[in-house]
Design a protein around this ligand. Structure first.
Ligand SMILES: Cc1cc2nc3c(=O)[nH]c(=O)nc-3n(C[C@H](O)[C@H](O)[C@H](O)COP(=O)(O)OP(=O)(O)OC[C@H]3O[C@@H](n4cnc5c(N)ncnc54)[C@H](O)[C@@H]3O)c2cc1C
Length: 330
């Protein structure tokens, strides 16, 4: 085991200063990703800055906005009544993730910043991993495995973004509230992560020492309905092969407005803006839904093991659109 310094700062400013001052330092929240990476020798920081005692836990609803403290656990957020009422797809995504035990430890900040589950990234005996070691290659492209991304990837990296809850959060244009050595800023989640085909070794736009303190989530206005469909190899305790977060505002059988994001297929949680445009103002029509799905995956980069995800993504989105546009109640 490699030795490391463990610190528990008294406040947010100290936590940021501790990480910013040491290029080999990392924040520790619930530890459900971070400690695994350390045990496996994938990422072994010299200094762990434990943020779990900082006052960043809790949910505040003001008007049409919900502010979720970064240390709020997945279970806490799923249990929040306003989430069930106004953001059902967020609740469904949370409860479809990991296990109850993990969700009681895992925080929202940590969930958004979890590292990829790519088995080559997580195996330090594999040297070719551009994400872990820039310019070393990508062992996954010669692989037959299925758990890789098909959107926002190329031959340099096919790593998947594994978070479930990030998918509906992207669909509603949630923003991360970030504090760092240079002050505070808002980062839209649609801009937080970097696509693997735009920089295989850069996962997100945060600079070293920047801490997510909260996530601002717009509530869906009255009349919207939403849901999250996760397709996976087994019914629990498994990451998505594909998922779809869909929110719709219906006017009779007309889709007055729609928000869509896909998970399990992208190097980042995938907002499907083209599909939204194709569907806004149209009537419920499964053929049109499928066309919107095809448009979303049109630029897919596939490998023998992942080619099935093209049709799976189309089917998942079509099914979820049908469910949301024809359901009687939210
Ligand atoms: C067996 C297993 C199954 C899982 N299944 C699923 C699943 O189905 N769906 C799903 O979505 N997830 C799944 N996960 C992932 C799990 O949700 C994440 O591990 C968890 O959400 C990470 O949160 P944490 O608080 O434990 O973060 P940590 O492990 O403490 O941190 C994760 C990373 O984020 C950084 N970090 C943490 N908080 C902050 C912050 N506030 N600001 C800046 N950086 C921060 C840390 O430095 C670290 O790099 C699974 C995990 C396991 C182990």
């Amino acid at each position: 085991m490699r030795a490391f310094v463990y610190e528990r700062p008294a406040d947010v400013a100290q936590a940021i200063a501790a990480v910013a001052a040491d290029p080999q330092a990392a924040f520790l929240a619930g530890g459900t990703t971070q400690l695994d990476l350390m045990k496996d020798g994938v990422w072994t920081p010299d200094r762990l800055v434990d943020i779990t005692r900082l006052p960043l836990r809790g949910i505040l609803v003001e008007g049409q906005l919900m502010r979720v403290g970064a240390l709020t656990t997945m279970e806490q957020l799923a249990a929040e009544p306003v989430v069930a009422q106004r953001l059902l797809m967020v609740r469904e995504a949370l409860l479809a993730g990991a296990s109850v035990q993990l969700r009681n430890m895992a925080t929202i900040g940590g969930n958004l910043l979890q590292r990829t589950r790519c088995r080559y990234f997580r195996d330090p005996s594999v040297s070719a991993c551009n994400r872990r070691s820039p310019d070393s290659g990508c062992a996954a492209v010669d692989d037959t495995a299925r758990m890789h991304a098909i959107l926002g990837v190329d031959e340099r990296c096919v790593a998947l973004h594994a978070s479930d809850v990030a998918v509906p959060l992207v669909a509603v244009d949630a923003q991360a509230l970030v504090a760092g050595p240079g002050g505070q800023r808002h980062v839209p989640l649609t801009e937080l992560w970097v696509r693997a085909d735009e920089g295989p070794s850069i996962e997100h736009v945060l600079t070293h020492g920047e801490l997510v303190t909260a996530v601002d989530v717009p509530l869906l206005p009255a009349g919207w309905r939403s849901g999250y469909l996760k397709v996976r190899d087994r019914a629990s305790y498994e990451f998505a092969l594909c998922s779809a977060a869909v929110a719709v505002l219906m006017d009779g059988d007309l889709i007055a407005d729609v928000r869509i994001a896909l998970g399990g297929v992208g190097s980042v949680p995938w907002r499907a803006r083209q599909a939204e445009e194709m569907l806004r103002g149209t009537h419920v029509d499964p053929v049109r839904f499928e066309q919107a799905g095809r448009a979303t995956v049109a630029g897919a980069y596939t490998l023998p093991g992942t080619a099935f995800k093209v049709d799976l993504a189309v089917a998942t989105l079509t099914r979820q659109l049908l469910a949301m546009t024809t359901e009687a109640s939210t």
